[in-house]
Design a protein around this ligand. Structure first.
Ligand code: SF4
Length: 65
């Protein structure tokens, strides 16, 4: 996605079981490889992580009015 990933659009490298197809490969974007998970962004459970991600996606959706 050379122009960035719009909110509400999954990364094309994301598999149906939420894994990165590029994990461990040199072509994985630096922004992904450099991301360090912490409780503020990921919570401490999988459910909390998805809740926080949904909030981020909704808060960054473009105005569709
Ligand atoms: S880690 Fe990066 S490349 Fe991999 S699925 Fe997530 S956004 Fe896509």
């Amino acid at each position: 996605m050379p122009d960035g990933k719009p909110a509400d659009v999954p990364c094309p490298q994301l598999t149906s079981d939420y894994r990165c197809q590029l994990f461990g490969k040199p072509e994985r974007p630096a922004v992904c490889s450099g991301f360090l998970a912490d409780e503020d962004t990921c919570g401490n459970t999988n459910d909390k992580a998805f809740e926080l991600l949904r909030e981020l996606e909704e808060s960054t959706l473009p105005d569709r009015a």
